[in-house]
Design a protein around this ligand. Structure first.
Ligand SMILES: [Zn+2]
Length: 218
């Protein structure tokens, strides 16, 4: 499941911060009711020119109680999705998950949704020899094994480091096909579900799924 995009736990606007809590609590409750594996939420940004440390402290104050409400074994995980690194984003590179996890005491219900377009746009060049493998290794070094719970598999309309969140069909953007093969060969993605958020509607999605399945089987 995906929580609403307007959520920002780093916001300097009190009303936004408060509504973010209500909104995420609602999503987590719905997630529990339908038996969802996880609820994806964006990592947000430090708005209003505020210090990142201050924003992360607020993330801790607002999100840790929500995580503590996930008391059943089969409750959904809260899956953090990093951004393309626009503005004062709190988490865009792999190592940014470090302070974010620390702020949330590496809660056992905390996981990661890796969006390949976002991480590429944030500056991790997934192309070239082992680009994807190195990025996944960096992620594991930062948060440890077993935290990657979901992949948003998207190619990118823009180059690495462009900080633009514009998805493209698999293999036809600047990431290209090979990194997606590496993605599926990496032990960190074994058994991890994969969702595509690419253009082209049903037909585009069907073609992307077929392409990914083809890469997986080699
Ligand atoms: Zn995504």
């Amino acid at each position: 499941m995906h929580a609403p995009y307007l959520i920002n736990f780093g916001s300097h606007t009190e009303a936004t911060a408060e509504k973010s809590v209500d909104s995420l609590r609602h999503s987590l409750r719905r997630g529990r009711e339908i038996g969802a594996l996880g609820v994806v939420v964006h990592t947000g940004s430090a708005t209003g020119g505020r210090d990142r440390g201050v924003a992360l402290k607020q993330v801790r104050e607002l999100v840790l109680p929500l995580l503590d409400e996930l008391t059943h074994d089969d409750d959904p995980f809260l899956l953090l999705e990093s951004t393309a690194g626009q503005g004062a984003s709190l988490c865009s590179r792999t190592w940014d998950f470090g302070p974010y996890f620390e702020a949330l005491d590496a809660h056992p219900k905390l996981g990661i949704c890796l969006d390949t377009c976002h991480i590429f746009a944030a500056g991790h060049d997934l192309t070239g020899p082992s680009g994807m493998k190195q990025t996944l290794d960096l992620l594991l070094d930062t948060v440890g094994e077993g935290r990657l719970k979901l992949v948003h598999a998207n190619d990118s309309k823009d180059i690495a480091g462009a900080h633009k969140d514009r998805h493209e069909n698999i293999g036809t953007g600047h990431i290209g096909e090979e990194p997606f093969r590496e993605l599926m060969l990496h032990p960190a993605t074994e058994g991890v579900p994969l969702v595509i958020e690419t253009p082209g509607g049903k037909d585009g999605h069907a073609a992307d799924v077929a392409r990914l399945k083809g890469l997986r089987s080699v």
